[in-house]
Design a protein around this ligand. Structure first.
Ligand SMILES: N[C@@H](CCC(=O)N[C@@H](CS)C(=O)NCC(=O)O)C(=O)O
Length: 303
């Protein structure tokens, strides 16, 4: 391969430390997968208002749903010429994950391992559970804790864009800076049932996969085999960390035996160690959390 894949990521604040510059659960899916596969890559931070001009200059077509032009994107003309709309750039994190799996078939980590129909079902289930924690569209309440923090860690132009475009999507056009409840404890209580549901889902899926021989003993959804759902889980956890270390700590402690008193409700399941914390720790131990690409600048393509 003549050049490694380039993952284009949006810019974030110069005040953030390098390792947490990338906060978005979307772009992180690509970066974490590249790290887990140990694929060398370069990367570029792209501020929100620059995403559409950059992608359109390479002929990328608008998305049919969601935001019109989005990251992550990989620039790799050698391999996306027949699959990317402009022939040089591929967008959409799931498509990118499939593409990276097929480019590196012997990599120990496959986002969608065989049998692919089952790993695809697993991904859909995990995505659904995780979105139910954080995304407003899925009745997840985590956005109230997370979204107000994001403009504070973006670069100035990105922050202005983010506040304006997210306020446009709000029924009362309220700035995301004000999406949190006056008492954040209410938002933590609101996400708790969905987090506990995820913990139970993760644990039972993992145990069933290990019993069925899908993977060996391990913390991931398929035991010792990392898949796209684990990548997304950790992307969401990095999002919490970007909003504040204490937010991540509090999230990881949900359901644990030593969780501070007053947060648990009567009759809730209790874990010695959260199944989510076990995944977070495993990513950390493998060195996948902090890996970043070599900086590289892909200019706007001139007509
Ligand atoms: N389903 C898409 C979602 C991508 C997405 O929404 N990306 C956001 C970054 S968090 C984006 O680029 N937004 C551009 C905008 O808001 O204009 C994927 O996973 O690739």
């Amino acid at each position: 391969m003549s050049s490694p894949p380039l993952s284009l990521k949006r810019s974030t604040s110069w005040t953030s430390p390098q390792s947490s510059q990338s906060w978005s659960p979307n772009t992180l899916k690509t970066r974490l997968l590249l790290n887990a596969k140990a694929i060398p890559y370069t990367e570029q931070y792209v501020s929100y208002p620059d995403i559409a001009p950059l992608l359109t200059s390479y002929g990328v077509l608008p998305n049919e749903k969601g935001y019109t032009f989005t990251l992550p994107a990989i620039y790799h003309p050698e391999t996306v010429k027949d699959v990317g709309p402009g022939g040089q750039i591929m967008t959409e994190s799931t498509a990118i994950a499939h593409h990276l799996d097929s480019l590196y078939p012997s990599s120990a980590v496959q986002a969608f391992p065989e049998p692919k129909n089952e790993s695809t079902v697993l991904w859909k289930e995990a995505e659904h559970h995780l979105r139910a924690i954080v995304f407003q569209q899925e009745e997840g309440k985590g956005y109230r804790l997370l979204m107000p923090q994001i403009p504070l860690i973006l670069d100035d132009r990105g922050s202005e864009y983010f506040i304006r475009t997210r306020a446009e999507t709000h029924p009362q056009h309220i700035s995301p800076l004000q999406w949190g409840s006056p008492n954040p404890e209410n938002d933590w209580s609101a996400i708790r049932p969905a987090v506990l549901a995820y913990l139970k889902y993760h644990e039972s899926t993992r145990d069933a996969a290990v019993s069925a021989g899908r993977g060996g003993q391990g913390p991931f959804l398929w035991g010792d085999k990392v898949t796209m759902g684990d990548i997304y889980l950790v992307s969401v956890l990095v999002w919490f960390r970007s909003a504040g270390e204490e937010m991540l700590d509090r999230f990881l402690a949900i359901g644990e035996k030593d969780e501070p008193a007053g947060r648990k409700a009567e009759g809730e399941p209790v874990w010695e160690k959260s199944p989510v914390r076990a995944v977070w720790d495993a990513f950390g131990e493998k060195g996948w959390l902090e890996g970043v690409g070599e900086p590289r600048e892909i200019p706007l393509k001139s007509a």
